[in-house]
Design a protein around this ligand. Sequence first.
Ligand code: NAD
Ligand code: UFG
Length: 356
Amino acid sequence: MSQLLITGGAGFIGSHTCLVLLQEGHDLIVLDDYSNSSPVALERVVALAGLQASGERSKERLQLIQGDIRDITCLEKVFIDARNAGKPIEAVIHFAGLKAVGESVREPLRYWDVNLTGSRCLLAAMNTHGCRTLVFSSSATLYGYPKDEPIPESAPIQPINPYGHSKAAVEQLLHDLASSAPNQWRIACLRYFNPVGAHPSGKIGEDPLGTPNNLFPFVSQVAVGRRKSLQVFGGDWPTSDGTGVRDYIHVMDLAEGHRAALDCMLAEPAQLLTLNLGSGQGASVLEVVRAFERASGRPVPYDVVARRNGDAAITVADPAMAFQRLGWQTQSGLDEICRDGWAWQSANPTGYSDQE
Ligand code: NAD
Ligand code: UFG
């Protein structure tokens, strides 16, 4: 089993993936500045992985470092300390980054800085210390307004906001790096569709700061009574019920996708592999609302309002390549997603700020 560096490991997708990797037997170093997360998430990951009982050993299995991926001194120290401790970092999973589309339009400098400069610093440190195996969090946002549904990886890259541009720039950097040393870098670029849901225990889940931008946490907060009603952005899209259609993927399926991509990168020759991670199934906004009502037994009142700027009608993955290359496909559908999302939201109505 390997020693892995997980940047942004305290976040939504990172925390669920850390749990899967610990259960797989890997030892982890998490580097996170907690700018959009809470260390409580990782305390709960430790408990879910059954590590608390093992005391000191648990610190060996999961080491937490509060730091910024743009801080090259901090990054250097992480790699050097791991080597000096006799457990050099074999691979990195790079989640750390900013992800809110609207915020990226208002603060492009910050998005380019964290997402691109942060990734460049990380890659430079990896290169210096001879660690050239990476799994990178990319996004379906790269496809902009897609022409074809479902969307294959070969679809044109045409981002429509600074967040998407920053992810496209990192993908380009990874491509240039892999081309510069073709026999050295093992890189999996994973383009996620819409990650939602929570661990079935309800102990870890998504905890957005302030008003959620995304549908799923908004619907959860309406069901739990934290918000009055949902605004449905547009009822006149060219879809079966007039509301937007997305490919929602259970965060535990996504975590499994990272495990599979990592295993593939560690086992196969050097390469740059770009994969969609999605289910291949679309669900409309109203289908999500109804599924959540069924799972929670609570009403989710809504009003249909104007379309949101920058939205596409339908975004659904063609996930065939991920199955072909990794043998990976999603296991959970919308009902399981809503069941587990509700387990988290109902047990933690205000997220990690709740006291146990
Ligand atoms: P998240 O905000 O929950 O997690 C990101 C983590 O990175 C947080 O813990 C945050 O504190 C940390 N972080 C941010 N800036 C940092 C910095 N400068 N140094 C160190 N740590 C820093 O987000 P998430 O949903 O878990 O997303 C993880 C990754 O996946 C991101 O790169 C995001 O762009 C990408 N992604 C997310 C989605 C989605 O809908 N959630 C979709 C596609 C791609
Ligand atoms: N929606 C509403 N009301 C809301 C929020 C969303 O009706 O309050 C609708 C949207 O119009 C869209 C659907 O719900 O039709 C999904 O919207 P989200 O904001 O949940 O997700 P997006 O598909 O817009 O984008 C998300 C992330 C992006 C990421 C993309 C693909 O925000 O960063 O998924 O992974 F790139």
